[in-house]
Ligand binder design. Structure first.
Ligand SMILES: Cc1ncc(COP(=O)(O)O)c(C=O)c1O
Length: 364
């Protein structure tokens, strides 16, 4: 669809901020290279950066230190490390559907089975424990939670988080918590799965979204469990040996000198969220939750007789690129995903086009 989009197509397809990293981080990156920081680092990464990251989580995990952090070359890299460490052939992992498209293939690469559980529109895209219990079997080793979610924008409150943690604890499952959108939240503070009364938890983190560094490829894994950290770091060694030396220095500078950078982007994302939700909810046949995190909306879009892929193709012909819900698993049928990572002017022009195409398709 990206290839088919015309030059003037309005791009709601991309899951990356239309911002640049903090300028001081770019300067620090260049300077670090000039200073000769172009070497391998230890596999887990620079101790100063890891120690800084550990302090960022002390409000939830007061006892962690640098040994609980492993720097990775992105969330993508971190996810693979986790599945390599946890999954043996024949194991299965509970994975949310609709899902970030790498989860099921990652589990399969490690010889396991993705065991999909539904996150339904009716429940704000938060799973029910009954649905999880129904899918659990003796080969289930872990459950992955992703809040705020890509693609749905779904998010949990503390009560829901506690129920989901209790389910994992009762069944002795590893919790993999993908919180790469933790600092892109609106209205209420982020609810983490860390420090919630259960320590068999591994968090996937990334600087891609929160510091607009998608092309840099840097993130980290964090767990209060020492043995998990040892195994994850071993997998990180096999996958890519270590992260980039100069970049780790630059990220440390960003965390120390531009600590509120993510929140500064959020103000703009929030204005866009309000705008796109209002426009979509005013269209006949469209209904959309107002997400409290990430930068996606995942509205239900009904055009009788058409699949979400057909609707997305018709929108493409009308000059709008968005993703069909089925790009995120079969449960995404009936939905489209719009990323509001473009300007408010473009959102407005894009929504005009969506309104007109849907109205033609529905014969309204
Ligand atoms: C939910 C989720 N997890 C992980 C990632 C991976 O991000 P990165 O590899 O850029 O760190 C993404 C990227 O879109 C995502 O949406």
């Amino acid at each position: 669809m990206f290839d088919m989009a015309g030059d003037d197509a309005i791009q709601f397809g991309l899951g990356e901020p239309d911002f640049q990293p903090p300028p001081l981080a770019i300067e620090a990156f260049v300077q670090a290279m000039r200073d000769g920081r172009n070497k391998y680092t230890t596999t887990a990464g620079h101790p100063e950066l890891r120690a800084k990251i550990a302090t960022l989580w002390h409000h939830l995990l007061p006892d962690i230190d640098e040994s609980n952090v492993c720097i990775t070359m992105s969330g993508t890299n971190g996810l693979l490390d986790i599945f390599l460490a946890l999954v043996n052939p024949g194991d299965n992992v509970l994975i949310p559907e609709p899902y970030f498209p790498l989860y099921p293939p990652d589990v399969e690469i490690c010889g396991g089975q993705p065991n999909l559980y539904p996150c339904r529109f009716e429940n704000g895209f938060v799973p029910s424990v009954a649905d999880l219990e129904e899918r659990l079997d003796e080969n289930t080793v872990a459950i992955l939670y992703n809040f705020p979610s890509n693609p749905t924008g779904g998010n949990v409150n503390e009560e829901q988080r506690d129920e989901l943690i209790a389910f994992a604890k009762e069944n002795d499952l590893w919790v993999i918590t993908d919180e790469v959108y933790d600092r892109i939240v609106y209205d209420t503070p982020h609810v983490s799965f860390m420090g919630a009364g259960y320590d068999k938890v591994i968090m996937v983190q990334s600087f891609s979204k929160t510091f607009a560094m998608t092309g840099w490829r840097i993130g980290y894994l964090l767990s209060p469990d020492d043995e998990a950290m040892a195994q994850l770091t071993k997998m990180q060694y096999y996958v890519t040996a270590c992260s980039n030396d100069a970049m780790q220095h630059a990220v440390l500078q960003a965390l120390e000198k531009a600590p509120d950078y993510p929140e500064s982007m959020c103000a703009e994302f929030k204005a866009r969220r309000d705008m796109i939700c209002e426009r979509l909810n005013a269209m006949p046949g469209v209904s959309c939750h107002v997400p409290t995190g990430a930068f996606y909306v995942f509205p239900k879009v009904e055009v009788p007789g058409m699949t979400s892929e057909e609707i997305a193709m018709a929108l493409l012909e009308g000059g709008v690129l968005c993703s069909p819900g089925t790009a995120f698993g079969a449960a995404g049928e009936g939905h489209l995903r719009f990323a509001y990572t473009i300007s408010r002017e473009d959102i407005s022009r894009g929504m005009d086009r969506v309104e007109s195409v849907l109205s033609d398709l529905r014969g309204d």
